[in-house]
Ligand binder design. Sequence first.
Ligand code: COA
Length: 262
Amino acid sequence: MQNYETLLIERKHEGYAVITLNRPDKLNALNIKLLGELHSALAELTRDEPMRGIIITGSGAKAFAAGADIAELNQLDGYTGQEYSQRGQKVFNIIERMACPVIAAVNGFALGGGCELAMACHIRLASEKAKFGQPEVNLGIIPGFGGTQRMARLVGPARAIEYNLTGDMIDAVTAEKIGLVNHIYPADELMPKAEEMMLKILSKGPQAVQSTLEATRRATDLTIDEGLALEAKLFGECCDTGDFKEGTGAFLEKRPAKFMGH
Ligand code: COA
């Protein structure tokens, strides 16, 4: 892995990576440097020895990411603002469309771009101290890294409109209640729980994981007929794998399955 200034990357021998956003003195605010490095790191992690899962978290005890870097935002105009928004959207689209599961371990503030980053991940686990929100309206702008679209898809348009218009922070308990996060844990249990969930997913057949992720992730974007057609196609592809024969065979022989990844 190359060295990153704003990220810490750990490749775990079990086949997944932990990306830690690392600007703790600025509450891990997402500046252009960090977004660029995140883009490069994701490319690196899916290239040579592709990772089978990624956990994203923030460094320090306080924040996952407290938003886009407001000092940089302050310099934008109409033209550069649109470009800036598209740049962030591109990186977060890559995360959302990753072939491997991406878990956000939200250890503190996830505001603005931080909330949008968490929402681009496939699963969100949060510490009891986490706080979510889209406070852009307080700055005279709107969420620009997917917050208007993904918030509405995750928690429904009525709640999304309220949170995006008021800029109110959403505490962890509320976030869990409205479906913005999957589970909340005491702060010191967050990473162990995220790693436990990742290992559980990695113990399944790799193609089944990838296909399940793709079909389920796309459910909100496709019509029911398109979604069912995709499901049937991916189901058929899985039936062609040795892991399918192994998984079903192991069940019938009453033994644990040993998946080989093909
Ligand atoms: N961009 C740039 N710098 C940020 C930042 C952001 N989004 N969020 C926090 N920081 C910086 C602060 O400027 C401060 O830097 P300094 O020590 O050099 O002055 C440092 O991080 C610590 O933040 P601070 O505000 O002192 O912490 P706090 O505990 O008092 O408050 C927050 C925490 C999250 C409530 C507050 O930092 C905040 O409101 N941040 C902005 C959130 C936001 O609007 N995000 C959306 C951006 S689109």
